[in-house]
Write a protein of this length. Structure first.
Length: 265
């Protein structure tokens, strides 16, 4: 499936990136890599029915709404991707085999099969790079204002994946790699609140987290990737509740002096 650069996005398509609360003053910066299940009209839904695109393979259900709640609570900016992770995954390096998957959780994606280089570049230029350019610009603006951004990426995960390994018990997963400044106290605080927390579960931040590694870890900024279980985010009330749980844990940590400086770990 080949679509030229000039035809990929039209004026009727959503924007590839949006920023909530752009005038925010908090050092907290929220990122949502999989905020939307939208597909550019030129890609004809990738050959999938809406019911497939709105499954977890197409986006992270609830993540955008949780991000919006946190942005409002903390006077923080939130950067949200505008297109489905099936169009191109904003949390994968370009060229990664899972960047534009031909199969996702058992579902064949017809519109991703046999792409030529021009089609891949079209998606990068239209959907991937604009999102990351906005994050880069936002961090640069915060640094120029004298703020050290505290980067929190918000994702959601399925209660089970293929159910081969059984149900996933964690309500929240905290993913991190080398920098413990935010992740470790956040895990401790959530557990003290009675939350079932996965330390690098159900995924590991030591394996792959393109966005926070590129924009935060590489610059020595404090950061963490949060995963919330999707069955807990099934309606707006659930999203609001778990945003409050996460916000209650984050609030006392954001004032820690170790988060107000860049450090390399």
């Amino acid at each position: 499936m080949t679509v030229s650069l000039s035809r990929l996005l039209s004026s009727d398509d959503p924007l590839p990136v949006s920023v909530l609360n752009p005038g925010a003053h908090s050092p907290l910066l929220l990122l949502c890599d999989h905020a939307s299940h939208a597909v550019p009209a030129a890609l004809a839904g990738l050959g999938l029915p809406v019911a497939e695109l709105t499954r977890h393979i197409g986006w992270d259900p609830g993540a955008a709404l949780v991000s919006a709640h946190l942005a409002g609570r903390f006077d923080a900016a939130a950067v949200l991707s505008g297109f489905s992770r099936l169009v191109i995954d904003c949390n994968r390096a370009p060229g990664d085999p899972t960047s534009i998957p031909e199969i996702s959780d058992g579902t064949v994606v017809p519109g991703n099969r046999g792409l030529d280089e021009a089609a891949v570049l079209a998606r990068l230029d239209a959907c991937f790079w604009p999102y990351h350019q906005v994050i880069t610009a936002r961090i640069a603006q915060m640094r120029s204002d004298g703020r050290v951004p505290v980067v929190v990426a918000v994702h959601s995960f399925t209660p089970c994946l293929n159910c081969a390994g059984g149900a996933r018990p964690w309500q929240i997963g905290v993913l991190w790699n080398h920098d413990p400044r935010l992740a470790v106290p956040l895990i401790e605080t959530l557990r003290a609140q009675g939350v079932c927390v996965g330390d690098n579960e159900p995924y590991s931040g030591r394996d792959s987290s393109y966005t926070v590694e590129t924009h935060a870890a590489a610059a020595g900024l404090p950061h963490v990737l949060i995963e919330l279980r999707q069955d807990l985010l099934g309606d707006p009330a659930g999203c609001a509740h778990w945003a409050d749980v996460l916000g209650d844990a984050l609030a006392p940590l954001l004032a820690r002096p170790e988060l107000a400086r860049a450090e390399f770990h």
